[in-house]
Design a protein around this ligand. Structure first.
Ligand SMILES: Cc1cc2nc3c(=O)[nH]c(=O)nc-3n(C[C@H](O)[C@H](O)[C@H](O)COP(=O)(O)OP(=O)(O)OC[C@H]3O[C@@H](n4cnc5c(N)ncnc54)[C@H](O)[C@@H]3O)c2cc1C
Ligand code: FES
Ligand code: FES
Length: 1287
């Protein structure tokens, strides 16, 4: 594939690997091809991970390196994303840059809609997208900035000093003519044949009927990569002109089967403009779907023929083409024929009736006739770039001038092995007038006709069934409106009813970010408190920033691939590596027996086996590792390692099963204040409820990566890795190899996202990789593929929360008893610490006088879960807030009122007797309500809900009080090392790792203030255990607090040392003082140290000082929910946070926005699914949906609380990396509020269950519409579900 060719052969490492399957956009490049027809060059973005190099004959490829660099000139696209703070860890940035660059090549002044579409296929896990959008918005006509357009003619306020790059001269590299002869590329396992004529293609297909025709490679590529499909011969017909021809007739248009979906989209858009409306029904329905197929990069290469022939169960095109009576022209040696694209053609999962030697030449799409109408509706787990849960194409033809149905065709995707035609339902409608009675009878037939088994692959069975009904209902509303427009029926839809077809709002507005100005009189050179750009944002945007896998290969380097357990619980009876060792290139297979030192890694006092020796306890547990000359060879070797298992009975997967078997990690924790039992006797009302919260995959864009290099002498190893805790990796590796720590140095230049997932798990993999390097004496690289990473490294703990709450009729909560069951997976990891933090935060912002909590870490046979941003707090507080919500619903009041009644109001003690002043919490709350205009919007939402039957608005305001620092006091220390060189330049090392959170930028600001020099003098080098030893993890939102103080300390020492020379020459320059100091033999190097807070928690006494201080915040979100599909849109979010005096407001606002969006993902979208035998089913962006650009609030405002100080942290700042993630739950509770409105209309009041994430499925089913009520619930226990209900 082009990606490995660029990265490995050409050493162009700016293009990144994020998933390998076209789902993340990290590998985006621009492809340019000459179009002989129009004599123009077509530029399009594409995913390099799916682009076969053989297919690039005659094309030019532009990578991020090709558009600008710090060595020449930075391109405005690169500059603006950087200056708008749109690059944090930077791993997604080159892909974003290339998507935007390609858009500008084609559309120099794009609209916001163009930008949204161009970036729809690019994921970012750090920024929350808002700054990326704002940076690129400056290229738009409607931009609110200076409107420099980046085409080389004008600058922009976001451009720096470097003049903008003139558009690169790609045209020089695009040949206008290509060799007109067929080509063959013969590889190790594949022969690639590229014919030039149709005859040749037909002959090739006759000779090799089993060889696939690869055009976009978006089906075949993932099949080879992820499903192990083997294709010894591949035919690439991209040069066969006939496959790209477009012919128009009066009856319709023939579109060459090879045309990309983007070309088809542009063509149909043109036809819709040109033709009378009545002729374009089918075209418009197709356009509706085409906008949703994959991201832009996929649409640019995926062909219409490929989509049809791939016959996906949830293809978006086939239902429309089938319902629209489209035809295929097919050729083979046997001649040409036309066949209807219908149920006789789409015969099964991935199967059509095409004979192996037949080729689809073109697709005929007819114009529509008068009285013919077509609709295409779909529902997907994410609004864009997601395969549909259910998709449809419905066509109706009326007898002229009447509402009597003459023809009808209803086709669905997502409800069977292939596109399904609801012919019985159609028959029940044809010949009858289109009205409510006909339709309501049709729903009954449809329900019977499309009845999925409760175990249907993909699950969501009740939801899918209800969608078949509600999508038909939506079509019905569209048709009723049309019939009214055509004067067939007298009454148009009421406003209330038309809400069923009105699209959700979609217009992105510019957001507001407000922060405290620096204090009056602060020197302009003092950068503290100013919105300084991330220190490596520009090199991230140019692709020059070096991540672990970008490090050039060393001589003789080997690659390691892990072999993992396929059983949830089994004894290992033997590991047979004979065949693996015979695979060419395989050098060794590492098993537990090969570990020279300790076979366990220990964290928080708990041992965890590195490689399973005798027993496995989850699918995905590491058993052995294959090392080979190349990664492909190692993969081949790993595939033939044979592990003999003896299954052990009854694996435990859910927390209920764990409770039944008392399968817990110890200790369990309890905390209580007041007398809960007695208080329950005295309250007006008692309510018991529960909520389940699913896990969350870290989905850092850079997968786990490391390179271990033995130095060749003194048993030394240099380890380059992407991790948050290099010291722990160092110690673990040393123990594993049985050598002292001083022989292992760990180096972290930057991390492409971590979020808690690169502490323990990275160290375990680094230990195994080190054993491989140790044994082989050669450098070994291990970079996990996305699927492996998701399978092996665990996630956020799913939690079941149960509560009993006692309250008075005025809303005051008097007693609460909460139980938390965290699904920890097969090893303890940090689980006990996580469940402790759950208990420490169960009060959130509320003063409940009698409060009890109990939490356990359940041991199950799922992959071991680990730390994740928030470390249990997001789970804990969701349960608390849900409890408050239930109280409000019991009392028939708004949840915000109950929150206010119960909030801490004055200096108080928490349930663990920690004294604090909630003044700023209350200020955040009040300001949030005021800034968001909560009261009037709540009223407006009520009015909206009255007027709209099928759309509901909901609002929620959520507070947070989040404890900062490690409750294990020793983890709060930090150190630094600062050198001043004789030329005045300063090199700072500290213990924090740069993961996108901007710690290096802040450290630069700290050093600049303390040394009184501009930041340009200061360089922050990699984090290395040789420079700064015994570091603590970069976690707990405490990195800047601790390392900032350590850097400050070192700089203060140095500045003091310079005092004599400064005094001797007060008007001298920094450089002159430094030079002088050297001559006067003053040491220009100093270490800094920060002891940190002596925090603790005494679980026996149930009291402590586990935090240094609290970060406060409040967030108001408003959503609009489509009750018929469960789809929702966050209309607006306002966040107010108290982070003291921010050291760098733009970096901090970036953390706030990014973690909010991550929280939004956790609570509303991200679903990890496991099969009934414990196999993780969601192993890539195709199955696991993190928020994309389409999910961000349409208006997103962030305010940093003014006039706030914090005596407990550096420069009065506060930690902010984690707290705001929980505020994402405001979207969850806003959805719940909207659902409550829908239920109220159906006559259902009071508390109800909505588990997290509130996916479209859960939201729709909770709305309890007429359609969901029609679905007979499957009886639990009577079937094996497709996926487990975890926790
Ligand atoms: C990340 C991602 C997201 C996606 N999202 C969606 C989505 O939301 N909705 C949706 O509908 N689809 C989606 N798809 C599927 C995508 O649209 C199809 O994979 C694509 O259209 C297939 O076209 P291709 O040219 O890439 O096919 P290829 O992979 O090149 O070929 C696919 C198959 O089609 C056969 N074939 C191709 N052309 C012909 C021909 N002319 N005659 C006979 N056989 C032929 C080949 O032999 C091969 O078996 C997604 C795919 C990816 C990777
Ligand atoms: S790596 Fe290519 S799309 Fe993810
Ligand atoms: S900056 Fe986008 S993934 Fe990190």
């Amino acid at each position: 594939m082009l990606l490995s060719y660029l990265r490995d052969r050409l050493r162009l490492t700016g293009t990144k690997y994020g998933c390998g399957g076209g789902g993340c956009g990290a590998c985006t490049v621009m492809v340019s091809r000459y179009q002989p027809g129009t004599k123009t060059i077509l530029h399009y973005s594409a995913n390099a991970c799916l682009l076969p190099v053989c297919q690039l004959q005659g094309a030019a490829v532009t990578t991020v390196e090709g558009i600008g660099s710090t060595k020449t000139r930075v391109h405005p696209v690169q500059e603006r994303i950087a200056r708008a703070h749109g690059s944090q860890c930077g791993f997604c940035t080159p892909g974003m840059v290339m998507s935007m660059y390609t858009l500008l090549r084609n559309t120099p002044q794009p609209t916001m809609e163009d930008i949204r579409e161009a970036l729809g296929g690019n994921l970012c896990r750090c920024t929350g997208y808002r700054p990326i959008v704002d940076g690129f918005r400056t290229f738009c006509q409607e931009s609110n900035c200076c409107q420099g357009n980046g085409n080389g003619t004008a600058g922009c306020c976001l451009d720096g000093e470097s003049p903008p790059e003139k558009s690169g001269n790609v045209s020089d590299s695009v040949p206008e003519t290509e060799p007109q002869m067929s080509q063959r590329f013969i590889g190790e396992n594949i022969v690639w044949i590229s014919p030039v004529s149709l005859d040749e293609l037909i002959q090739l297909k006759a000779d090799h009927p089993q060889a696939p025709l690869v055009i976009g490679n978006t089906n075949i590529g993932p099949d080879i990569k992820f499903k192990g499909a083997l294709h010894p011969i591949i035919i690439s017909p991209t040069r066969v002109q006939e496959l790209f021809a477009v012919t128009r007739t009066a009856q319709g248009v023939y579109i060459g089967a090879g045309c990309s979906l983007s070309v088809v989209k542009a063509l149909l858009e043109g036809l819709v403009q040109e033709l009378p409306e009545e002729k374009t029904e089918i075209y418009r329905a197709l356009l509706q779907q085409l906008g949703n197929v994959g991201g832009q990069q996929i649409r640019n290469v995926a062909s219409i023929g490929g989509n049809i022939v791939s016959a996906y169960p949830n293809s978006d095109l086939n239902p429309v083409l089938a319902a629209g009576s489209c035809k295929l022209s097919v050729v083979s040696k046997g001649g040409r024929k036309e066949i209807l694209l219908n149920k006789d053609f789409l015969v099964g999962f991935g199967k059509t009736s095409l004979k192996p030697d037949e080729i689809v030449l073109s697709v005929f799409i007819p114009v529509s006739r008068k009285w013919e109408f077509m609709g295409a509706l779909r529902q997907a787990p994410r609004k864009e770039n997601a395969l549909a849960t259910v998709t449809s194409g419905i066509r109706v033809m009326f007898t002229e001038g009447s509402s009597v149905v003459k023809e009808l065709s209803i086709c669905y995707g997502g409800v069977g092995p292939c596109t399904v035609s609801a012919s019985r339902t159609c028959a029940a409608i044809i010949g009858r007038p289109w009205n409510e009675q006909t339709l309501s009878e049709a729903y009954t037939v449809l329900l019977d006709e499309i009845s999925l088994s409760p175990s249907h692959p993909g699950g969501k069975v009740d939801f899918r069934r209800s969608l078949t009904l509600s999508l038909l209902f939506k079509f019905n509303l569209q048709i009723l409106h049309k019939l009214w427009e055509m004067n067939v029926i007298k009454e148009d839809l009421s406003e209330e009813m038309s809400s069923g077809i009105r699209p959700l709002p979609n217009q992105l507005q510019p957001g507001i970010q407000v922060f405290q100005p620096v204090v009056n009189g602060q020197s302009v050179d003092d950068q503290v408190g100013r919105p300084v750009m991330h220190h490596s944002a520009i090199s991230q945007a140019t692709g020059e920033a070096v991540y672990c896998d970008d490090i050039p290969k060393t001589d003789g380097e080997l690659h390691l691939v892990l072999v993992t357990s396929t059983r949830p619980h089994a004894k290992i009876r033997g590991i047979d590596v004979t065949e693996a060792l015979q695979v060419p290139g395989v050098v060794d297979v590492i098993t537990s027996k090969d570990i020279p030192g300790k076979k366990f890694r220990t964290f928080t006092g708990v041992d965890e086996e590195l490689l399973a020796e005798n027993e496995v306890s989850c699918v995905g547990q590491m058993v052995c590792a294959v090392i080979a000359d190349t990664r492909e060879q190692a993969k081949r070797g790993a595939a033939v390692v044979k592990i003999h298992y003896e299954d052990l009975p009854e694996p435990v997967f859910t927390v209920e099963e764990a409770m039944e078997k008392k399968s817990y990690f110890q200790p369990q924790r309890t905390i209580e204040r007041g007398n809960v039992t007695q208080a329950f006797e005295e309250v007006d009302q008692v309510y018991e409820g529960e909520i389940r919260l699913g896990g969350q995959e870290h989905f850092y864009m850079e997968t786990q990566s490391m390179v271990v290099v033995p130095s060749g002498e003194d048993r030394e190893l240099r380890v380059y890795l992407s991790c948050q805790h290099p010291t722990y990796a160092q110690e673990s590796i040393a123990e594993t190899l049985g050598i002292p720590s001083n022989r292992v140095s760990c180096h972290v230049k930057r991390v492409g996202g971590a979020f808690g997932g690169k502490v323990t798990k990275t160290s375990a993999i680094a230990c195994i990789t080190s054993v491989a390097a140790w044994r082989s004496g050669r450098a070994v690289r291990c970079v996990l593929e996305r699927g492996e990473d998701m399978l092996i490294t665990g996630a956020r703990h799913p939690v079941l929360g149960r509560y009993k709450v006692g309250f008075m009729n005025d809303g005051k909560i008097i007693a609460a008893d909460l139980h938390y069951y965290a699904n920890s997976g097969n090893t303890a990891d940090e689980s006990v610490l996580v469940v402790e933090k759950v208990l420490l935060h169960l009060d959130n912002a509320y003063n409940v006088p009698n409060l009890r909590g109990h939490s356990v870490a359940c041991k199950t046979n799922l992959p071991s879960n680990t730390a994740f941003r928030g470390f249990g707090v997001p789970q804990s507080m969701l349960v608390t807030e849900n409890m408050i919500n239930d109280v409000a619903m019991k009392l028939g009041r708004n949840a915000e009122e109950i929150r206010e009644i119960n909030m801490y109001k004055e200096v108080s003690l928490t349930h663990y007797k920690f004294q604090f002043d909630p003044k700023n919490l209350l200020r955040c709350w009040d300001e949030c309500k005021e800034k968001s205009d909560y009261d009037s919007r709540r009223q407006a939402a009520g009015e909206f809900n009255q007027k709209n039957r099928w759309k509901k608005r909901g609002l929620a305001v959520i507070p947070i009080k989040y404890g900062i620092a490690f409750s294990e006091g020793f983890l709060n220390q930090a150190a630094s090392l600062v050198h001043i060189y004789k030329d005045g330049s300063v090199l700072v090392s500290h213990g924090g790792t740069e993961m996108g959170q901007g710690i290096h930028t802040k450290m630069q600001q700290v050093a600049s203030r303390e040394l009184h020099i501009p930041t340009s003098f200061i360089h922050i080098t990699e984090t290395s255990t040789s420079a700064v030893p015994n570091t603590c993890p970069s976690a707990a939102s405490f990195g800047t607090d601790a390392n900032g103080m350590a850097v400050k300390n070192a700089c203060e020492t140095l500045y003091r040392r310079l005092e004599p020379v400064r005094k001797q020459n007060p008007t001298g320059t920094w450089e002159s003082w430094v030079k002088k100091a050297f001559l006067q033999k003053i040491s220009l190097s100093a270490t800094g140290y920060y002891r940190g807070h002596d925090l603790y928690m005494d679980w026996e006494k149930q009291e402590g000082q586990p935090y240094a201080y609290f970060t406060y915040g409040a967030c108001c979100s408003e959503v609009e929910v489509d009750c018929l599909s469960g789809d929702y849109r966050t209309v607006r979010t306002d966040i107010v946070t108290d982070i003291g005096r921010s050291i760098n407001p733009s970096v901090d606002i970036g953390q706030i926005e990014g973690s909010f969006i991550q929280g939004l993902g956790l609570y509303t979208m991200e679903e990890l699914q496991f099969s009934p035998s414990g196999v993780l089913l969601t192993r890539g962006p195709s199955q696991y949906k993190i928020p994309a650009i389409c999910d961000i609030p349409l208006q997103f405002n962030v305010y940093l609380l003014s006039d706030s100080d914090n005596p407990h942290a550096i420069y009065s700042s506060k930690g902010i990396g984690e707290p705001v993630l929980f505020l994402g739950s405001s979207v969850f509770f806003a959805i719940k509020d909207a659902v409550a409105a829908a239920r109220a209309e159906a006559g259902m009041d009071g508390p109800f269950t909505l588990d997290s994430p509130a996916t479209p499925e859960r939201t729709c089913l909770a709305c309890n519409t007429d359609f969901t009520q029609k679905i007979p619930p499957s009886r639990p226990g009577s079937f094996k579900p497709w996926a487990l209900n975890i926790p």
